[in-house]
Structure formats: structure tokens, C-alpha cells
Design a binder for this molecule. Structure first.
Ligand SMILES: O=P(O)(O)OC[C@H]1O[C@H](OP(=O)(O)OP(=O)(O)O)[C@H](O)[C@@H]1O
Ligand code: HPA
Ligand SMILES: [Mg+2]
Length: 168
């Protein structure tokens, strides 16, 4: 599969690394919310990729109100127009998403965040990883990778045997 990629490079992220990078995201967001003590009101994960980072961020920042918005943009690596399949509760989102942290695993072209931003312009948008084309759509992120890199997440991978360089 990987040799059919239009992407030059692969960036393989382990569970351990996504955990550490999501914690680093939480650290950056801590005390930057609009509430007393810089608190955030709620976390909203963009499913499905945003769910693990959102869980880690909400745990670190002690945010108990967690909701989801379901957006589908890719069929494997083929991009399609993003569509909202499920909305978060209006109660969670309040006035245009004020005080809400919207979390995704990455921003690539920015089209997913552009759509969600148009719905909740007052929310704060955070991703763990960012590519240059979509970086302007995200308020806070941790690590930037080049546009021609495909990020492989641990939920899409499995450990497997590799031949030694010199064969057998
Ligand atoms: O910045 P963009 O070019 O819009 O791409 C980024 C989005 O694409 C992926 O989601 P995908 O639609 O593949 O769904 P998934 O999270 O359920 O895997 C990824 O998790 C982001 O949500
Ligand atoms: O680099 C990526 N990795 C995984 N999913 C994605 N969706 C858009 N870009 C990517
Ligand atoms: Mg996604």
C-alpha cells in the first residue's frame, strides 16, 4: 500500500508517542481558556482520529464535558469533500463554540477544520500534528511535518516481522 502513496515520506507514530505528543498539546493549552483560571468549558473530538488525543487532553486538563463532531473527508488516502455526519450537542457548543476546545489528530489541507470552524468560529482549534497547507486553520499544535509526509497512526498499524538488512 505504502509504495502507492503520492507522499514521499512516512512518519510512523507509536501509541507511546501519540500519548506524549497529546500530553504536550494539553500542556500548551492549559490555562489558556476563557474561564476562571484559564479553564476550558468542554472538549470536542473530531472523529475518529481526534478521539484518542481528545481523551488525553481532557484527562490532563480535567475537563469532564467531552463531545464529538463526526466529519468524513478521506477514503483511505483519497480526499473527498468533508461532510458532517454527526453534530455535537448545542448545549456543549453554546455561543459559536466559545470556550470549547476542538481537537483533531492532524491538519493536512485544512479542509476539515475549515468546515468545522465555519460552524463554530469562536472555538479554539488544536491538533497534535500539522502540515504547512493547513497550519493556518489551527490555533495550537505540537509538531509540524512536511506536506509530502503521510502520518501513520498506531490505530492503523500493527507490529510485524521485518527481514534483517542482510537477509538470511
Ligand atoms: O486537513 P484535512 O486535509 O481535511 O485532513 C485532516 C483530516 O483527515 C483525517 O480524517 P479522516 O477524514 O480520514 O477521518 P478519520 O479521522 O475518521 O480517519 C484526519 O483525522 C483529519 O481529521
Ligand atoms: O497524513 C495523514 N495521515 C493520516 N490521515 C490523514 N488524513 C489526512 N492526512 C493524513
Ligand atoms: Mg479525522
Amino acid at each position: 500500500m505504502t509504495d502507492r502513496l503520492p507522499h514521499e515520506k512516512g512518519f510512523h507514530v507509536s501509541w507511546d508517542q501519540i500519548h506524549r505528543d497529546s500530553r504536550a498539546l494539553a500542556w500548551r493549552l492549559d490555562k489558556h481558556g476563557p474561564g476562571a483560571d484559564g479553564a476550558w468549558r468542554a472538549v470536542v473530538a473530531i472523529t475518529r482520529g481526534g478521539m484518542a488525543p481528545a481523551m488525553i487532553v481532557s484527562r490532563e486538563l480535567d475537563i469532564r464535558t467531552v463531545d464529538t463532531i463526526s466529519v468524513k473527508s478521506y477514503n483511505w488516502q483519497d480526499q473527498t469533500a468533508p461532510r458532517v455526519i454527526k453534530n455535537p450537542s448545542p448545549e456543549t457548543m453554546g455561543e459559536g463554540g466559545e470556550g470549547v476546545l476542538i481537537v483533531d489528530d492532524l491538519v493536512d489541507t485544512g479542509r476539515t477544520l475549515e468546515l468545522v470552524r465555519s460552524l463554530y468560529p469562536r472555538a479554539h482549534f488544536a491538533t497534535v500534528y500539522a502540515k504547512p497547507e493547513g497550519r493556518g486553520m489551527v490555533d495550537t499544535f505540537v509538531t509540524e511535518v512536511s506536506q509530502d509526509t503521510w502520518i501513520f497512526f498506531p490505530w492503523d498499524m500493527a507490529l510485524q516481522y521485518v527481514e534483517p538488512y542482510r537477509g538470511r
